[in-house]
Design a protein around this ligand. Structure first.
Ligand code: SF4
Length: 464
């Protein structure tokens, strides 16, 4: 069935502004909120939008969820334990409600968008007031208004692909901002639930992205992170010929000091994108390139559309064009049918590439995906042994790989005081690696030049 893509119409936006104003004047509205976020950067950014809408209603952020009288769980369903954790915390809130009978609870995000999940949750967790899916985020004011005036719980999950624009945003940091460039994914990797809960790929209008980025730059934001499930297929659905590399070139010309992006699919990593990065002034030398497996037969079963040879070629091209580039990846072990040799191929690939960091996961079956019903599911003890081995290898290589930065100059965007000492600050270098250096609270939000002097665990240490 053809799925329709809709940008929020001015009438819809006006309708939501109406409900925002209505809630402002409601005597029974909650006075404070707390958003609990699970999962990826996309979810973190959605939580910033939820916070923006709540502030517009005159509801302000509480110090903690225990102190809030409206708690919103923005859930993730990519792995089973993220779901379990969210449900465990929701159950815990039932106890909190005994002390605060006015406590409101909402659950939203990817988990609610799973087919039938909202009904299951509301049946099992009757104390939840409101549940809504990712495609209903822009209707949050209206849904909350209904929930505040209802005697039973309110649920809204639609199966449509929306491009939500012009939502108010409370950004978690002053110097750093997420900018979504596209929503959804068309790839249907056989283990992944994202295309089912986030819909098909839809690119935002480049003019809107450039306007948003320009305003952030004027407001003193030092770094933006462009977001999308598969950013480098940005523009394929646009009529005006804008591609991800051309969008990057336009963003680079705005003069924002630092631009990063994630996540990229290796099959869509074009030479043009690499050349654009190499020639840009502000696009940071960092690339997150999920490989998932080093075995061709597993990559095929995962529906990834590249081979290990093609992946290694992309890594070589990146490194030739941008020497010293920071490289990170995602790897799944224990995918159905993964033999010992397949796993060895993954170890071999990790050994060849030498990533600066790797996010490693045990395969987690997700109902409705192709891999969940594949033969050859791997016993937990085997997956567990494999992931331990992979982590040990990555850790030992990483220590070695990161030594290349010692003695080099680096620029660090300071995020906060270091956890160990109030006379040290920490932040991210241009290559995406954490750096700790001498500093104080006044340095937060600034880009500091420093010299890397050493390496402690997975963090670089530096002097100014
Ligand atoms: S590219 Fe694959 S892993 Fe990434 S979101 Fe799309 S389906 Fe999921």
């Amino acid at each position: 069935m053809e799925r329709s893509i809709q940008t929020i119409s001015p009438e819809e936006a006006e309708r939501q502004r109406f409900f925002t104003e209505e809630i402002r004047s409601l005597p029974q509205k909650p006075s404070s909120y707390f958003v609990v976020t699970y999962g990826c950067q996309m979810n973190a950014h959605d939580s910033e939008k939820i916070a923006g809408m709540l502030e517009g209603m005159g509801i302000h952020e509480a110090e903690s969820r225990e102190e809030a009288d409206f708690v919103i769980f923005n859930t993730c369903c990519v792995r089973e334990n993220a779901e379990r954790k969210a449900l465990g915390n929701i159950t815990w809130l039932k106890e909190v409600r005994k002390r605060n009978p006015n406590l409101m609870i909402a659950v939203c995000g990817c988990m609610i968008q799973e087919p039938g999940m909202a009904e299951v949750i509301l049946r099992q967790y009757r104390f939840i007031n409101l549940a809504f899916g990712t495609s209903n985020l822009h209707k949050f004011p209206e849904l909350l208004y209904r929930a505040l005036n209802a005697n039973s719980n309110t649920v809204a999950v639609e199966d449509r692909d929306v491009i939500p624009e012009d939502l108010p945003i409370v950004r978690a940091r002053k110097e750093f901002a997420y900018v979504t460039v596209m929503y959804g994914c068309n790839n249907f990797c056989s283990y992944c639930i994202v295309p089912y809960v986030r819909g098909r790929e839809r690119s935002r209008d480049p003019e809107r992205i450039l306007r948003e980025a320009g305003e952030l730059c004027e407001n003193g934001v030092r770094e933006i992170m462009l977001l999308g499930q598969n950013v480098n297929s940005y523009g394929k659905d646009l009529q005006d010929g804008t591609s991800f590399p051309s969008l990057l070139r336009q963003l680079d010309a705005l003069g924002i000091p630092r631009i990063r992006f994630m996540t990229s699919h290796p099959k869509d990593l074009s030479d043009e994108l690499i050349e654009t990065m190499a020639g840009a002034k502000h696009i940071l030398p960092q690339f997150h390139l999920p490989v998932q497996s080093g075995s061709n037969s597993i990559l095929h079963a995962m529906n990834r559309h590249y081979t290990r040879e093609q992946y290694l070629d992309r890594v070589d091209t990146l490194r030739r064009a941008i020497p010293g580039i920071g490289l990170s990846t995602d790897i799944i072990v224990g995918f159905p049918g993964e033999t010992e040799q397949d796993f060895r191929d993954t170890l071999d690939l990790v050994d060849r590439v030498r990533y600066d960091s790797a996010f490693t996961f045990v395969y987690s079956p997700r109902v409705g995906t192709a891999a969940a019903s594949m033969a050859g599911q791997i016993p937990p003890d085997v997956s567990s042994r494999r992931i331990q081995e992979l982590i040990r290898l990555q850790e030992s290589l990483q220590q070695d790989t990161m030594k290349r930065f010692v003695g080099t100059e680096e620029e660090v965007l300071v995020e906060g005081l270091s956890r160990r000492s109030r006379s040290e600050v920490s932040g991210k270098g241009k290559h995406g690696i954490s750096v700790t250096l001498p500093g104080s609270e006044e340095d937060i939000g600034h880009i500091l030049r420093c010299r890397i002097t050493g390496l402690k665990n997975n963090t670089l240490t530096a002097e100014r």
